[in-house]
Design a protein around this ligand. Structure first.
Ligand code: 5AD
Ligand code: SF4
Length: 465
């Protein structure tokens, strides 16, 4: 992590995936568990794609699997605890019913030195670890483990190449993730991502556009562009091509829905707002992390904007992009946050009335600048602020959702409803989850739905022709 902190001028190579091995997984089953963000979900689709390319098939329980891979997240301490808890379950299976079970760890936790030390010393039953920068080498690592029968750990401090053409098995046949950029150079002081995912590397515009064209030909209705900081897309690669250009070019392909996550206010230009506002197939949904409403705390976080600048961008999005919804991320209990600072966050939430917010108690991440800050906030105060914040956040989610009652909205139906199997569910253009009275033949279509009831986290509706 100490090496990973340094940004270097190493040239990033753009290379084709080039692993060809015999079908050493023939007749065997895999189970992949994913923790964390959408980028990890898409990485898991690549892990599954690679495993299938050598003959493994997916199964849905760890008891029947020959290989289990945990694709981990390091963003907060509780993500760690979940992974180590689950490793205990896997150890039990290995000790009792399946001594040949292979256990592997990928994802952000594998880039943390403390985790690797722990795995080498205490978790000897973990068979292999593959870092985030060398994910494309996963099959070789597994093969080496099988051939040598010794624990394999391959993690790079520095980002590797941008690898195109990694096999992928997508979870959905309607909606697809598309990486546009890897890594992050923002170094918010609480965040571990710039260390675990390395410096920002954009994919070329040609590779992205080709992927979107192919997805459209394959019948996909929706693509979601992924990056830690999508608004900085292209900065490391081009002087005259940015997210606004990419969105326009993707929109011209004519795929029905284009989305993107996650945005950073610093790189979000008016030009981008105008492009989103002017194109019907760029969805009016923006996830715009705020983190704090206090200028003092924003500065300590190294967020590079003030509450006034955030509000200006927020108001521009709301006024220019019609029917837009905006969600956010907020951290409470950052070191040095006083009750007055927290009140400023509440004030801003009262002003913005977000459609929704993911709220977090500050979690100390080893080796980040915030971990060394002295004025820590007690767990009790953090939890109290979190509860108070959630109450306000939920009030506005509810209010925003209530405004949809009686309206007819367009939904992309993605599958059966989790709540009621006789119903289906889907997402509106502005990313509201709707449980829909309608039959399963609607799955995969964009249909009109009349909203009948609104809750804080979802809407109910009925399919209308
Ligand atoms: N503690 C608490 N929340 C964090 N996040 C990132 N790092 C931390 C941390 N150390 C939150 C931020 C970010 C979201 C993905 O996770 O709000 O936007
Ligand atoms: Fe972390 Fe900040 Fe980069 Fe987001 S922008 S990944 S919060 S460092």
């Amino acid at each position: 992590m100490i090496d990973a902190k340094k940004r270097n001028n190493n040239k990033i190579n753009y290379v084709k995936y080039n692993v060809s091995l015999d079908k050493f997984g023939d007749g065997k089953k895999f189970f992949v568990r994913t923790y964390g963000c959408q980028m990890n979900e898409h990485d898991s689709e690549k892990i599954k794609g690679m495993l299938k390319s050598v003959g493994y098939v997916e199964c849905n329980s760890v008891e029947t699997a020959d290989i289990v891979i945990l694709n981990t997240c390091a963003i907060r301490e509780n993500a760690h605890d979940k992974v180590f808890g689950f490793l205990g379950v896997l150890k039990h299976i290995k000790d009792t019913t399946n001594p040949n079970l292979l256990i592997g760890i990928c994802g952000c936790m594998s880039q943390e030195k403390v985790v690797i030390d722990e795995i080498m010393n205490k978790y000897k039953y973990v068979d292999f670890v593959c870092g985030t920068h060398n994910l494309d080498n996963l099959l070789n690592i597994i093969k080496d483990k099988i051939d040598s029968n010794t624990q394999q750990i391959e993690v790079l401090s520095y980002e590797g190449d941008v690898v195109e053409g990694v096999p992928v098995v997508r979870d959905s046949i309607y909606s697809a993730w598309v990486d546009i950029q890897y890594g992050c150079d923002k170094f918010c002081t609480y965040c571990i991502v710039p260390y675990t995912r390395g410096k920002q590397r954009s994919r070329t515009k040609e590779s992205i556009i080709d992927e979107v064209k192919k997805l459209k030909e394959d019948g996909y209705k929706e693509v979601t562009f992924l990056g830690q900081n999508v608004n900085a897309y292209g900065k490391d690669l081009y002087t005259d091509y940015n997210l606004a250009n990419l969105l326009k070019d993707a929109s011209d392909i004519g795929i029905e829905r284009i989305r993107f996550v996650t945005s950073h206010p610093w790189d979000f230009t008016e030009e981008m707002v105008d492009v989103i506002a002017s194109r019907d197939n760029i969805m009016p949904y923006i996830h715009l992390p705020l983190q704090s409403g206090s200028n003092k705390v924003l500065k300590l976080m190294n967020r590079r904007y003030t509450r006034e600048e955030y509000l200006k961008l927020y108001n521009s999005i709301r006024s220019k992009i019609k029917n837009s919804s905006v969600t956010t991320d907020i951290i409470v209990g950052f070191p040095g946050e006083t009750e007055e600072d927290f009140q400023e966050t509440l004030d801003l939430v009262n002003e913005c009335k977000f459609d929704g917010a993911f709220t977090f108690a500050f979690s100390k991440r080893e080796n980040t600048p915030a971990a060394l800050m002295k004025e820590t906030v007690s767990e009790e105060v953090k939890m109290d602020r979190l509860h108070r914040l959630n109450e306000v956040v939920n009030k506005y989610s509810n209010e925003r959702n209530k405004a949809y009652e009686g309206q007819i909205v367009k939904c992309l139906v993605i599958g059966p409803s989790d709540k009621d199997d006789s119903k289906v569910c889907g997402y509106t253009e502005n990313m509201k989850l709707v449980n829909i009275d309608g039959d399963k033949s609607l799955i995969g279509q964009i249909v009109n739905v009349k909203i009948t009831d609104a809750k804080s986290f979802s809407l109910d509706g009925v399919y209308v022709k």
